[in-house]
Write a protein that binds this ligand. Structure first.
Ligand code: IVH
Length: 677
């Protein structure tokens, strides 16, 4: 066996130190600095060197234990059986190799049955029951010794305090993951932020922080869930497959993933992986991969375990949603309503399946919260189709030279003053349509599909028209002639004529589209529709008091104020009359004295995974039609919308005899209401 060179030894020692440092942050201090993917890479590098030079492996290597020493504040607990970790697979080749290893060891050519379930991104716990009573709960700690967190785990609603049912073993230790679902995480962070405290960077950190509270009353107020996925020490009989065990656990009262499934061979695993990867962004909690386990317990026993992981299971990780990259600079963009948004320009990085080079920093408070400086290494997160975010700064990697981020005091586009409205975090340019940036955004919005729908007037064209001073306000669009337009880049005679024709066509519009196109703050399509049907004409709307405006569904005091202010502004009134002089028109309709929305008085609950939209969109659409959307099923629920893999809410609705809509029925309902209104 080759002897390691001094440079290999040096690299190995450095890796060890880094891994130790980051395990301590993660396991002991709840202050994860680097993304999991980065940690996995460090660990994989270490394992690779150790495989090549086994003589280097000392008992203190991170490969010889998982995690770090438990904190001293909680009592220590020695696990009856060690809590193992899992080997990772990062692609289908790794999965094929795993399946082959399993069959080779079992000396079989036959296809293996695997149990598949999500890999929850939370905190592993062990919960011990004696005669069906919850007796003790512990964290994993270093795998053999954890912390006693019984009081905290008892506060989690999905953890049964007493098991119910038949054939409950005299002693039963279950293992599972405690995590915080997205909805609860968002609410918790809102509360934390409104107190001026530091927000949690992700649901896992929030779950970890909540579990290690010494005061379990704090834990009780946190929205935690616990899904169990295996058993540890048992005195008594259990079924002979993993999935049958999960079923009895579910029968005894545990939360067990309803996404669990049986598949055959590596091909079945691959298919399940694709299936769940497609649903990942819509799931109500974070998962970071899939765990595949040999389903038959006798085969699991034959396969056994190597030091830190069983040979019969593997975690197929999803592409990382968090990665590290460097902040090159910060630019300030001006939005349609003048909001100044700092945008991070990043060293391009592949994360969440795409290359990311920009991320929104939202506002000045966010920069302060992150304590961010130009040159810093940052953790970037991109989940599904969500806009990339900077979650945190890797303080341990701050370069010697970093630069403060100067928030401008004047608009970077028009040099007008900036203002910060009391109680708002957003800083705005006061330039209005004088500001070229706001003008561009306002005109793009005016021309967009759900507004005036001016076909062919794309973003690039609007930018040129504003930059060349051809267009000051939306009204100027209707004064353009084909000759002017054909002077612009990439515009021939024909496309110029087409655009003129499209402008003409757009003149005949509807009041609600026109109102939406004006870009009044907080007046989206649904509100514009309600305003149009309530007042019937622009004149009636303009004459309405703030009080009268609030009789319109969906319009509260804030929106009413924005609408009233908009129609008091002389500039806006001038634009409106110029638009009408230039031919923009719509039919007035009879005002509705009382506006009854089609789903007024109805209450819906949404559960499971929807394929054609996310649950939030479904919620907003139902609400725009007047419905209430509640979080839990009760006798007052009008109907339950049940997507794929609906769980306990579906059974409750069935028990209560409540109407159940599948996704197709929901889409139909939305369409019908839309057509009727
Ligand atoms: S089974 C011996 N199943 O992943 C097998 N683990 O990297 C032990 N995890 O410590 C684990 N979801 O915290 C298993 N469905 C699942 C899981 C899961 C999440 C976590 C668990 C474990 C870690 C291993």
């Amino acid at each position: 066996m080759a002897k390691p060179s001094p440079s290999v030894i040096e690299h190995y020692e450095a890796l060890k130190q880094q891994i130790e440092y980051h395990s301590k942050c993660y396991y002991l201090e709840n202050s994860q600095e680097i993304p999991d993917a980065e940690f996995d890479r460090l660990f994989a590098d270490l394992l690779q060197i150790e495989a090549q030079y086994p003589a280097l492996v000392m008992p203190d290597s991170p490969s010889q234990r998982v995690g770090a020493e438990p904190l001293t504040e909680f009592e220590s607990v020695t696990h009856e059986l060690p809590m193992l970790s899992l080997d990772n697979a990062f692609g289908s080749e790794d999965m094929l190799a795993f399946d082959k290893r399993v069959r080779d060891r079992l000396k079989t050519e036959e296809a293996i049955e695997y149990a598949c379930e999500p890999k929850f991104d939370g905190i592993a716990v062990s919960i011990l029951y004696r005669d069906g009573n919850l007796q003790r709960a512990a964290t994993r700690g270093d795998g053999s010794t954890g912390e006693n967190i019984t009081q905290n785990v008892r506060t989690i609603q999905s953890v049964p305090l007493k098991l119910r049912g038949d054939k409950i073993p005299a002693v039963l230790e279950v293992r599972g993951e405690v995590y915080m679902p997205h909805e609860g995480f968002a609410k918790l962070n809102q509360t934390v932020a409104s107190r001026g405290d530091k927000v949690f960077v992700n649901p896992r950190n929030a779950a970890a922080g909540s579990l290690r509270q010494l005061d379990s009353r704090i834990t009780a107020a946190r929205p935690l869930e616990c899904c169990v996925y295996s058993v540890g020490y048992v005195e008594g009989a259990l079924p002979d497959t993993h999935l049958a065990i999960l079923q009895v656990l579910s029968d005894w009262g545990f939360l067990v993933s309803d996404l669990r499934q049986s598949v055959m061979a590596a091909a079945g695993c691959e298919e399940y992986y694709q299936f769940l990867a497609a649903q990942r962004a819509q799931l109500p909690y974070d998962i970071d991969g899939i765990v595949f386990k040999v389903n038959r317990i006798d085969l699991q026993q034959q396969l056994g375990a190597v030091s830190r992981a069983p040979r019969w299971a593997i975690a197929h990780k999803f592409p990382a949603q968090e990665e590290i990259t460097q902040l090159r600079e910060v630019e300030f963009q001006v939005g349609r309503t003048g909001a100044i948004t700092p945008v991070a320009r990043l060293e391009p990085i592949f994360v969440g399946g795409v290359t990311v080079s920009n991320a929104s920093l939202h506002n000045r408070d966010e920069i302060e919260r992150l304590a961010l400086k130009v040159g810093d290494f940052v953790v970037v997160r991109r989940a599904g189709d969500v806009i990339p975010q900077i979650v945190s700064v890797v303080h341990s990697r701050r370069p010697e030279q970093v630069f403060d981020i100067e928030f401008p005091s004047q608009c970077p586009v028009c040099q007008s003053d900036l203002v910060k409205v009391e109680g708002e975090t957003i800083i705005r340019c006061t330039g209005g349509l004088v500001c070229a940036a706001q003008r561009k955004q306002a005109i793009k919005h005016f021309a967009s599909r759900h507004a005036m729908d001016i076909e062919g007037l794309g973003d690039k064209l609007v930018e040129q028209l504003v930059d060349l001073d051809c267009v000051q306000s939306p009204a100027d669009l209707y004064r353009l002639n084909a000759e002017q337009i054909s002077q612009l880049e990439r515009m021939g005679k024909k496309s110029a004529e087409n655009l003129i024709a499209a402008l003409q066509t757009s003149c005949a519009t509807r009041l609600d589209r026109f109102l939406y196109a004006l870009g009044i703050r907080e007046v989206g399509q649904a509100t514009a529709k309600n305003l149009a049907s309530y007042f019937g004409s622009l004149e009636a709307l303009q004459a309405a008091s703030e009080e009268a405006l609030q009789s319109v569904p969906d319009v509260g005091p804030v929106v009413a104020k924005f609408i009233a202010e908009f129609f008091c502004n002389a500039n806006n009134l001038a634009v409106i009359s110029a638009l009408r002089e230039n031919g923009v028109h719509w039919p007035d309709v009879a005002p509705a004295t009382s506006l009854e929305l089609p789903l007024e008085g109805k209450t819906y609950v949404i559960t499971g995974t929807l394929a054609s939209m996310d649950r939030n969109t479904a919620k907003e659409q139902l609400q725009a039609l007047g419905a209430k959307v509640a979080g839990s099923v009760s006798a007052k629920t009008s109907a339950l919308v049940a997507g794929a893999n609906a769980g306990s809410k579906l059974s409750k609705a069935e028990d209560l005899g409540i109407d159940i809509l599948d996704e197709a029925a929901l889409v139909n309902l939305l369409k019908e209401c839309e057509e009727a209104s």
